[in-house]
Design a protein around this ligand. Structure first.
Ligand code: OXD
Ligand code: MN
Length: 580
């Protein structure tokens, strides 16, 4: 197969000439092709067959132990000027970056196959979808892209119709951490990634295209590319509201996207549109509408069980690629908090020894098509996307942030988003419990200067009078002994329900300096083991702590200098005044 689009065939020829592969293969995106890729990888030991009776068509991939996570320090945004990339990104001059990458890529595919993967981010017939082509020498990447995106012949047809596409060149290279870089060239709509086979570094449709490059495109074209899950909440009367929610890593995004209503909210249904990325456009009526550009999930495995996320647990019983989990004696996949079975072999393939740490890597992953999610929304394929009723930001804060509050208006909501911060957990390396600023949960993913990004967010209120309300949640408040005050998981629906009632203007609120809070009686806590004091604690604002927080927020905003929108600073001043 090849293409009638010369911009594409010429580019593939140029990359092949430079990288010297033995073969070139154009992916078609058929099930049969996926089976062939799996068979080849079983032969080359890139995949290991798991117990096919217990886990049909499930396989395990073991990464190089130095290549198990995104590498933010090796990820660069190479805009023309350093100021355009902003203090939130690593920057290298485009010419120097390209030269370095060209040197790495020279002849790197000798003895390998070059896969051409045309893909479409978003439903194939959606005006909001955007396409890309990834060139890679990794069959694992091709197989994962099959599960995660709409790829192959149909995507190629759309690319030929559009006449344009994002270019992504990837090679696993030598998997040498010294020769590993993930480079973005937003002005050329180009990604070059070398030396890693790990998801976020290598599956270029996801973080590289759908967030870093797309956020840049979205700014020029007037839309938003966000690190947000999209979920539909259907009430017992059959009415559904859609929410888009941004949380930093380790705040339970996938769990929230697939939540199971608690018994006390029987009759409610949850529909998942996406668990990681939302592309949002204003329609002609000024309604914000979202699509999920992805078609699959690349989720963290440890902690997934029948209590924390029953839908995800069921979804990964078949047709799943596991990366870096442990295995049991029966050759079933195993991970910490699976609550079933015992590990026999750890994620590196060694006999499991508890003294050497976790059996599954803390960042071990599942890749699975979203079709297998029991709560997958039919509207995930709707070309026009879904109308968004509310945007929700959140973070992991032991103290300070109440369980829920609502921003007073759009501009205040943008400040709430820009102020998102979260405490680090044991799942990441480094100190635990340190507060990290992560505006809109986009710190690792915004492809341009955050100051310009906040200005872009603020500009939406000039274009629509019916923007969604903005909220902030914190499921992670703790008492002085370190016990969580709020039960979390499915019970979070009680809070989401208040959000919907606010959107429908069916419930009042209490005004506070930081925004609107629920009246105690408006969060339904029936059946929960929570006393009134705890609920009060969850919903109070401590002015002392907030004054300190506002100082930290201001210091953070000031790091972005003159470019920070005055309107954002004015929103900050308003809160400081209200607190004093
Ligand atoms: C992810 C992340 O993998 O945000 O989705 O790190
Ligand atoms: Mn993510």
């Amino acid at each position: 197969m090849t293409t009638r689009l010369s911009a594409l065939s010429d580019w593939v020829a140029e990359i092949a000439k430079h990288t010297q592969p033995d073969n070139i293969y154009w992916c078609q995106g058929t099930d049969r092709e996926y089976r062939d890729l799996v068979r080849q990888m079983l032969e080359s030991d890139d995949l290991i067959e798991l117990n096919q009776e217990h886990y049909p068509r499930c396989y395990l991939h073991r990464s190089n132990p130095t290549d198990v996570a995104r590498v933010e320090h090796l990820t660069y945004v190479c805009s023309k000027s350093k100021q355009d990339a902003g203090p939130n990104n690593n920057w290298m001059a485009p010419k120097a970056a390209k030269q370095m990458m060209q040197n790495f890529f020279k002849g790197c595919m000798r003895g390998r196959t070059l896969y051409v993967i045309p893909y479409c981010m978003g439903p194939l017939d959606s005006p909001y979808a955007r396409c890309g082509v990834e060139i890679t020498d990794s069959a694992y990447v091709a197989a994962n892209m099959y599960l995660m995106t709409r790829m192959g012949t149909d995507a190629l047809k759309r690319i030929e119709k559009d006449g344009s596409f994002i270019k992504g060149v990837h090679s696993i290279g030598e998997l040498d951490p010294e020769r590993r870089y993930i480079m973005h060239f937003p002005d050329e709509l180009l990604i070059m990634s070398y030396g890693s086979g790990y998801g976020g570094n290598a599956l270029l449709g996801k973080k590289c295209h759908a967030l870093r490059i797309a956020s840049h495109q979205a700014r020029t074209e007037g839309w938003l590319a966000e690190h947000m899950l999209i979920v539909g909440l259907e009430n017992p009367d059959g009415e559904t509201h859609y929410l888009a929610c941004a949380f930093p890593s380790a705040c339970g995004k996938t769990n929230l996207a697939m939540l199971i209503p608690p018994e006390s909210l029987a009759g409610w249904k949850i529909w998942t549109l996406g668990d990681d990325i939302a592309w949002m456009h204003l329609d002609e009526q000024g309604q914000l509408r979202a699509i999920n550009p992805e078609a699959g999930l690349f989720g963290v495995v440890p902690g997934t069980n029948l209590n924390t996320n029953p839908n995800a647990y069921k979804m990964i019983q078949a047709e799943t690629i596991f990366t870096n989990v442990a295995v049991t004696k029966e050759n079933d996949p195993w991970w910490e908090d699976k609550n079933v079975g015992e590990p026999a072999v750890d994620w590196q393939g060694n006999l499991y020894d508890p003294k050497t740490g976790a059996a599954a890597h803390p960042n071990s992953r599942f890749t699975v098509s979203a079709k297998h999610n029991p709560s997958y929304s039919k509207l995930a394929e709707a070309p026009e996307g879904v109308p968004i009723s509310a945007l929700i930001f959140g973070g992991r804060r032991r103290e300070l942030a109440p369980l829920i509050y609502q921003a007073k208006d759009w501009a205040h909501g943008v400040l709430v988003g820009a102020s998102v911060a979260s405490e680090t957990t044991a799942a990441a390396t480094g100190e635990v419990g340190v507060v990290r600023r992560d505006p809109m949960a986009m710190k690792p993913f915004c492809g341009y200067n955050f100051a310009d990004y906040w200005a872009h967010w603020l500009s939406f209120s000039d274009r629509s009078g019916s923007l969604p309300s903005i909220f902030h949640v914190n499921w992670f408040r703790q008492d002085t002994q370190g016990n969580f005050l709020w039960p979390g998981f499915g019970e979070n629906l009680r809070v989401l329900r208040w959000i919907i009632e606010r959107c429908e203007k069916r419930v009042g609120a209490v005004e506070s300096p930081i925004g609107y809070l629920p009246k105690l009686e408006d969060i339904d806590c029936t059946g929960l083991d929570l006393n009134k004091d705890t609920i009060e604690q969850l919903l109070t604002v401590n002015p002392e702590q907030w004054r300190v927080e506002m100082r930290h927020i201001r210091e953070y905003l000031d790091e972005f200098g003159e470019r920070v929108p005055k309107q954002l600073l004015a929103e900050h001043d308003k809160i400081v005044q209200a607190l004093s």
